[in-house]
Design a protein around this ligand. Sequence first.
Ligand code: PRP
Length: 183
Amino acid sequence: MAKNQPAVLIPSDAIERKVTELGARIATDYARRTPLLLVGVLKGSFIFLADLSRRIAIPHAVDFIALSSYGDATRSTGEVRLIMDLRQAIAGKHVLIVEDIVDTGHTLAYLTHILGAREPASLHTCALVHKPSRREVDVRIHYVGFEIPDKWVVGYGLDYADQYRTLPYIGYVEPPKEPSAGS
Ligand code: PRP
C-alpha cells in the first residue's frame, strides 16, 4: 500500500468482474423490457455507471439525478435534497436506478418514492456496494455488487469530503471523529 493511500477493501479486478456479471444479468433481465433507462445518482455513481452501461449489451439510455444527504459530513442526516432532476420524463420507461452505495437507505427510499410517482413501466435498483448493518429504512436493492462492513469506503466514485473518487479500487479510511459520528 502506497503512503497515504486508503487500505484496499475491494481490488479493481474484483470490481471489474462484478460489473461484468451485473451487466450480463441486467441485459438478460431487460431483453424484453424496453425502453430501458439507467438513472445514475450523482455524484458517487458516475464511474460505476460508466462501466456498467458499457457491460449492458442491449440498447439503453442514461440519465442523471443529483441528490445529497451527506455533503462534506461523515454521517447521514437522513434529510435528502434534490440538487438536479432528470432531463427526461420516465412515464412508461423501465427505470433502473444505479447507486454507488446504499448505507442508511434514506437516499434510495427518497428516490424510489419520487420516481415511482412518475409512473415508470418498472422501477428497480442496483448498487455496487451496500452496508446492511447501517440500514435505517427498508429498501429493496435488486442488483447488488458487494456487501461490505461498516467502514468509510472511498474510491471508484466514492468520496471522503470529495476526495479519492478516482481511485481504481474501493478502499477505506478512518474519518476524524465527530461528536455524534456513526460512520
Ligand atoms: C452517497 C451515495 C448515496 C448515498 C447513500 O451520496 O452516493 O447516494 O450517500 O447513503 P444513504 O443510504 O445513507 O442515503 P452523498 O450524499 O455522499 O453524495 P455524493 O454521491 O455526491 O458523494
